[in-house]
Design a protein. Structure first.
Length: 577
C-alpha cells in the first residue's frame, strides 16, 4: 500500500490518478488508499518512508542515509513538476531532442525524374470498375481526359456516403473542398498544365492530419469538435500534386486499434470484424473502393496491421523522410506517415509527392531524393529472406498463413535466384521488448494534459492495455531508464545496419517475431501487401518487405516484382464490388 502512496506522491499525481492506480492493482478504491491519499495531502512532501517504498518500482535500493540526502531534491522536483504543468504545451510542440535513426553512411543525392510503368488504359465499362482501379491507371484516364476529376470525385463521394456508414470508416466528408479542387484540376489539365500522376485523384486522410476548415478529431471523444486551422504538410503537398481530398477517415482513438468515438471500423472482407488499427479507416476505405488512395500513419504496426487485415498495400517509409507537421504526435521518435493504396506502384507515386524536408518537422532534415522508375529492371537487386520467420511453427491456426508465406518465398526465389537467408540482431544482446516502453513514455508526455485533466475518462476503451491506463502507468517510468533504452536503441540501429549492408531488401512474414518492434524503433522502411486469402472466411493475409534506411524505392521495386507476379491485390471485397 505505502509503495503506491510513495510512487504517486513522487510523480505528483492527483487524488483521482492515485485511486485509479490502486484500482489497477486490483485493490479497488477502499478506505485505506483514501487514508494514504490524505497522508500525502497533509504532509505535502515526499518522506523517507515514501522513498523507500518507491524504490521497489524502479528496482533500486538505497541506504537510509542516501535517502535523507535525496529528500530535498525530490521535493524540489515536485515543485518543478507543478510549475511545468501550469504551462499548456500543445501536442504539436516536439521535444528539443530529435531522434536520428541513420547510421553514418553515404546517401543518394542525385534526383531523377519520376517514371511510371507503361501500359495502355481504356475507360472501364462501369463506375464500380473505375472505383477499384489503382492510381497508375486512374492517372492515365485523367491525364487523357477519358475521365474527369469531377467525375471521379463525385464517384468516390457517392461511395463514401453509401458505404461509409457500413464500414464506420468516415469521420467527415470534405465535399466543398473536394469539388473545388476537382474542378480546378479539370481546368488545368484541359489547359495543358498537368501536374503529374496524382492530379485529379481523390484521396482520404487519416483523421490525425489537420485540414483547414474541417475537424481533426484524432478518433477520440475529447477531441471530437477540434478544428486545427492549418493544413498538415502532407495535405499541402498532395494539394500541390493536384490530388483531391474527399474525406477525413477514422483511426482508433489516439492512434490505437480500430475503436473510435463513433464505433468500430470494419474489415471490408468481413464486416463483423474490425479493420485493425490504427489506420483503420484508410485501409478499409481504400480496399472497399471508396477513395483512390489514403494516407495512414504507423508508430508500431498501424500501417502494417490494417493493411494486412483489409488486404491493402501499404508503405511505412524510412523514419524522417515524410514530415509530420500538422499531424497528431504520439511518439516523436517513432511516428511515420505513409500511403495506403491498392498497388505497390501507387505507394511509390504518393511517396514521391510527400517526401522531403519542410522546415517544420525537425526529424526531417535530410533532403534525400526519392527516385522511382516503374519500368526499371530489378535483376540487380540483392534480396534476402528472414529465415527464422519462415521456419517458425505457428501451430494449427497459423498453418494456412504459413503456406501462403512459403509460396511467397517461392515466388521470390523464382524472381531472384540468389536470394539468401538473413537474421535479425540477436535478442539476447538487443532485447527489443525491454525497450518498448520508449513509445508509451513519449505517448504519455504527448497526452499528459489529457491524463491530468481527467478527460481520459471520455475515451471509449478503458482496459488494462488501452491508452488511459498506459498513460497513467507510464508516468512511473524513470527518466534514466528511458535514456538507457534509447542508448540500447542506438546499438540496435548499428546492428541492423550491419545486417543490411549486403542486401537491398528482405522478405519476411509480416508478424515474424520482433520484426515490427525492431524496424519501428530503428526507422527502417517496410512495404506490406496481400499474399493470400483464408479458405474459411475469405479474409486476406500479408507478406512484408524491409530494407535499409532511405532504401524505400528498392524495397518498393522488389515488392512490385512480387505483386506483378501474383494477383492478390486485384481481388475486391464482394460486398463493395
Amino acid at each position: 500500500m505505502s509503495e503506491t502512496n510513495a510512487v504517486t506522491a513522487a510523480a505528483g499525481l492527483d487524488r483521482r490518478a492515485f485511486m485509479q492506480y490502486f484500482a489497477g492493482l486490483g485493490l479497488g478504491t477502499t478506505l485505506f488508499p483514501g487514508v494514504l491519499w490524505s497522508r500525502v495531502q497533509d504532509e505535502d512532501r515526499v518522506t523517507k518512508e515514501m522513498l523507500s517504498d518507491a524504490e521497489a518500482v524502479a528496482g533500486l535500493e538505497f541506504t537510509d542515509e542516501e535517502r535523507e540526502l535525496m529528500l530535498r531534491g525530490l521535493n524540489n522536483n515536485l515543485r518543478a513538476y507543478q510549475r511545468l504543468r501550469s504551462i499548456a504545451i500543445p501536442n504539436s510542440v516536439p521535444p528539443a531532442l530529435t531522434f536520428d535513426p541513420v547510421v553514418p553512411a553515404d546517401l543518394p543525392t542525385r534526383k531523377e525524374p519520376l517514371q511510371v510503368s507503361s501500359g495502355s488504359v481504356s475507360r472501364p465499362r462501369g463506375p464500380t470498375e473505375l472505383a477499384f482501379m489503382p492510381v497508375t491507371r486512374l492517372a492515365e484516364l485523367v491525364r487523357t481526359r477519358a475521365v474527369s476529376a469531377v467525375e471521379l470525385t463525385e464517384l468516390y463521394l457517392g461511395r463514401l456516403t453509401q458505404h461509409g456508414p457500413t464500414l464506420e470508416c468516415v469521420i467527415e466528408l470534405t465535399e466543398a473542398r473536394a469539388m473545388q479542387a476537382a474542378r480546378r484540376a479539370d481546368e488545368e489539365i484541359a489547359a495543358g498544365r498537368y501536374r503529374g500522376p496524382l492530379h485529379g485523384i481523390p484521396w482520404g486522410a487519416k483523421d490525425l492530419l489537420a485540414a483547414r476548415g474541417y475537424r481533426t478529431t484524432w478518433g477520440a471523444k475529447p477531441y471530437e469538435d477540434q478544428v486545427i486551422d492549418e493544413d498538415a504538410t502532407v495535405v499541402q503537398r498532395l494539394d500541390e500534386a493536384g490530388a483531391v481530398l474527399v474525406a477525413k477517415l477514422t483511426l482508433g482513438a489516439l492512434a490505437q486499434g480500430d475503436v473510435w468515438y463513433g464505433g468500430t471500423t470494419k474489415n471490408p472482407w468481413k464486416i463483423d470484424q474490425g479493420s485493425s488499427g490504427s489506420s483503420a479507416g484508410p485501409a478499409s476505405a481504400t480496399v472497399a473502393g471508396l477513395v483512390g488512395f489514403s494516407i495512414g500513419s504507423e508508430t508500431l504496426g498501424s500501417i502494417v496491421s490494417p493493411s494486412t487485415r483489409c488486404g491493402a498495400t501499404g508503405l511505412r517509409p524510412t523514419f524522417g523522410w515524410v514530415s509530420r507537421a500538422g499531424a497528431m504526435a504520439l511518439s516523436w521518435s517513432m511516428d511515420k506517415l505513409g500511403p495506403i493504396c491498392r498497388s505497390v506502384e501507387d505507394c511509390a507515386l504518393v511517396m514521391h509527392a510527400i517526401h522531403g524536408p519542410d522546415g517544420k518537422d525537425p526529424s526531417v532534415k535530410r533532403d534525400v531524393p526519392f527516385n522511382w522508375n516503374g519500368n526499371a529492371s530489378t535483376s540487380g537487386l540483392r534480396v534476402g529472406y528472414l529465415q527464422s520467420g519462415f521456419e517458425r511453427d505457428r501451430g494449427d491456426e497459423g498453418a494456412e498463413w504459413m503456406q501462403f508465406d512459403e509460396r511467397s518465398l517461392e515466388v521470390m526465389r523464382r524472381l531472384f535466384p540468389t536470394v539468401r537467408a538473413v537474421e535479425l540482431p540477436d535478442d539476447e544482446r538487443y532485447p527489443v521488448q525491454a525497450i518498448g516502453f520508449v513509445l508509451s513514455a513519449e505517448a504519455a508526455a504527448a497526452f499528459d494534459e489529457l491524463t491530468r485533466s481527467n478527460r481520459d475518462d471520455l475515451l471509449v476503451r478503458q482496459t488494462g492495455n488501452a491508452w488511459p491506463t498506459t498513460f497513467r502507468r507510464s508516468r512511473l517510468i524513470p527518466a534514466v531508464e528511458y535514456i538507457q533504452a534509447n542508448r540500447l536503441r542506438t546499438l540496435l540501429m548499428h546492428a541492423m545496419d550491419d545486417m543490411l549492408r549486403e542486401i537491398d531488401v528482405f522478405i519476411t512474414p509480416s508478424y515474424a517475431p520482433r520484426v515490427l518492434q525492431i524496424t519501428n524503433l530503428t526507422g527502417h522502411p517496410t512495404v506490406v501487401l496481400p499474399n493470400g486469402y483464408r479458405a474459411q472466411d475469405g479474409t486476406p493475409t500479408s507478406i512484408s518487405f524491409v530494407g535499409p534506411m532511405y532504401g524505400d524505392a528498392k524495397v518498393l521495386a522488389a515488392a512490385k516484382a512480387y505483386q506483378d507476379a501474383t494477383d492478390f491485390h486485384l481481388r475486391q471485397p464482394p460486398l463493395f464490388s
